[in-house]
Design a protein around this ligand. Structure first.
Ligand code: HSE
Length: 310
């Protein structure tokens, strides 16, 4: 196989109580990429549609992630990458992660999978380092593993795949403004109080337990963020009104998707997720803010190979 076309899913990182350590992959929104082996060494981005992003290998997250893989590979050729962006940059649903993870997943496949999924996470994290200044793994890990991923440790990297309850659906609303992850990280405090820490790790443990046991009430009780949301929500228009509308209309919980400005909520079942979506839309219609809405079940397989187009 010399060429592969892949679907690279959008992801929700943090999931309220899991800042930088928890994320989940979505099904109904994602980019497509075509990756091709070349005799010429190195990596070239030959096409980039859908977003204005740099095409120079060293300035492109897919390029940088791919170079990290090539550096540890004994393959003596190179790759060409075509990127078809559907996920908007700065939307908070893992745009850079989709490109970084998609590139290394496809390359690994074309090389007959010399690298483990955990190694691919490490390569893809280099794309995140380029995009945000921090090599966080909470978008690239779920993109590569599928479902929910817990980054138990960064050093050494230890990623734990977490099961997804069958009826869990996400609703994501994206107000049409761009928030750079690097900017929304700068406003965070670097220390937390013991009191907030206790609440946060109680909720994170509760959320993980709820996901393992498909206990929707426990998931709902655990979707709280006492540390990051109060600070970052200031950057998101209508955040409190959206959250209130989602919860009043039956959402299990609602919070900032990644570094925002997208807002996610979880629901039990697709019907409930649609009702929540409608309520969220109404809020932005009233305030006069343009938005996109995505409703998705959890994507348990992550990046997927697509049929090559003839
Ligand atoms: N954990 C990262 C952050 C995710 O919140 O900055 C960015 O998508």
């Amino acid at each position: 196989m010399n060429e592969i076309r892949v679907f690279c899913p959008a992801t929700i990182a943090n999931i309220s109580c899991g800042f930088d350590v928890l994320g989940v992959a979505l099904d109904t929104i994602g980019d497509e990429m075509v990756v091709r082996k070349t005799q010429e060494k190195g990596i070239r981005i030959t096409k980039l549609e859908g977003q204005q992003l740099p095409m120079e290998t060293h300035l492109n997250v897919a390029g940088v992630a791919g170079l990290a893989l090539l550096a540890l590979s004994d393959y003596d050729g190179g790759f060409e990458i075509e990127i078809y962006k559907k996920i908007k940059a700065g939307s908070g649903i893992g745009s850079s992660a989709a490109s970084s993870a998609g590139a290394v997943w496809a390359m690994n496949k074309l090389l007959d999978t010399p690298f483990s999924t955990l190694e691919l996470v490490k390569f893809a994290m280099e794309g995140e380092r380029l995009a945000s200044g921090v090599a966080h793994a909470d978008n690239v890990a779920p993109a590569l593993f599928g479902g929910f991923s817990l980054v138990r440790s960064y050093s050494p990297l230890d990623v734990i795949p977490i099961p997804s309850p069958k009826n869990l659906y996400a609703t994501v609303i994206h107000p049409q403004i761009e928030v750079k992850t690097s900017d929304s990280r700068k406003i965070l405090k670097t220390t937390i109080s013991l009191e907030d820490g206790i609440k946060q790790w109680g909720n994170l443990g509760g959320l993980i337990a709820g996901l393992f046991t498909s206990d929707y009430d426990l998931i709902s009780r655990s979707l709280e963020d006492h540390i990051v949301e109060p600070i970052r929500s200031i950057l998101i228009p209508g955040f409190d009104a959206i959250k209130t509308a989602a919860i009043e209309n039956g959402a299990l919980g609602c919070g900032i998707s990644g570094s925002g400005p997208s807002i996610f909520s979880f629901s039990k079942g697709e019907h409930a997720a649609k009702i929540v979506g409608k309520a969220m839309k109404e809020v932005y219609k009233k305030i006069g803010i343009d938005f996109d809405v995505h409703i998705s079940k959890i994507n348990t397989s992550g990046i997927k190979q697509l049929q090559n187009k003839k």
